[in-house]
Unconditional design. Sequence first.
Length: 471
Amino acid sequence: RRRWRRVLGVLRELEDACETPVGRLRQVVDAMAVEMHAGLASEGGSKLKMLLTFVDTLPNGNEKGIYYALDLGGTNFRVLQVQLEGRRSSIFPPEVEQQPIPQHLMTSTREDLFDFIAASLKEFVERKEVSFGYSPEKRRELGFTVSFPVKQTSVSSGILIRWTKGFAIHDMVGKDIAESLQLALARNGLNMRVVALVNDTVGTLALGHYHDPDTVAAVIIGTGTNACYVERTDAIIKCQGLVTTSGLMVVNMEWGSFWSSHLPRTSYDIDLDAESPNPNEQGFEKMISGMYLGEIVRRVILRMSQESDIFGASLSNLSIPFILRTPLMAAMHEDNSPDLREVDEKWREMLEVPEVPKKARKVIVKVCDIVTRRAARLAAAGIVGILKKIGRDGGSITGGRSRGDARMRRSVVAIEGGLYTSYTMFREYLLEALREILGEDDARHVILKVTEDGSGLGAALLAAASHSSTP
Ligand code: ADP
């Protein structure tokens, strides 16, 4: 009783439900642009929070001096020192150190967490500055990257809206996160000022812009996903009277929470969401980011294994949520070996089952392909949505107004994250969809540029940029 037909039925159903023809992608593009408008029009006007960052000047390559950055965003935090020489091309290789956050601190108090971080930072500074004479009196500037949703109140302060990714420090929510760090720095005797509080995507944008002034947006697709872009202040209607020297401000979209009825959703997505700790939130993220892709695949194959025994006799491990991590999924998807030997190996290792028949291996690869292709194409539509919002999608006529020149403007989108950089099929599907949506001609003017470590380096650059613009 192998019941192939049932398996193929589930597969076909999945394929249909995940379909993303270019027409549907264009609907997603439009929905993204519409939601961006709505999120800018009023507080709570959209699932997209469209958070103000107060960043109105991006680094341009002329910055000089030594700056620090602290990057807090996941299981690790990183500290970084960079020496800027004023010529764009010559960022000295930054000194970076990474350290895991002890599990118990992720759910402790804000003092405990920030004292731990401040102490590590101090030790780092002492070590790095010893060569040119560490002096406790010296004042230092720090860019602080936080990849949790923060409602900024200025370029260097902001309230933590909520924790994600396993953090749960209740006395921090609703408080100023930069101030919490600043107080801990003082308690630990480190003379350092938090001059920029930065969302990780904004760091990516800053680094992109440092190297290429045509950079208008940044996207991160890793464990989670988010995007930011440069908006005109007069388009930020919810904040009347916002004035900046440049007339521009970077907006942090928090696009992981984007939602539209045009997104092709399956029963697996619905169940995943319902069983998640944050149902009805981060809908877009749950379809496209690394935290979830493997899990969607697991759910599909679990369903298949309930219909048939083709995947091996004992599949009890397959009912463990999140057992199938996205990098492993990618490895199976991209298996080029004859007979898909790697799929078999990975599968057996993960689930402790005997050999997987070749036909079943093919099904596994196909499921990975469907899930990743949908994710990548939706991410592409999201990116074009941003470009459309700022009139850089090459659309010749919008609202009866011809954009003429905008048609040929070169637009760079800085991009980062393990899913894009390490998962080749994901990247290729994304780029292919961009070309489909924009058309070959216009797509040539949209450049996705991988930045590296923008969340850290970009924060240091923003610290430098904000420092050089204050007297
Ligand atoms: P962050 O956890 O801060 O988002 P990254 O941007 O490096 O860090 O993204 C890491 C994520 O990228 C992982 O959680 C995983 O989902 C995904 N990823 C990393 N490597 C691969 C890979 N080889 N194939 C597919 N996905 C990967």
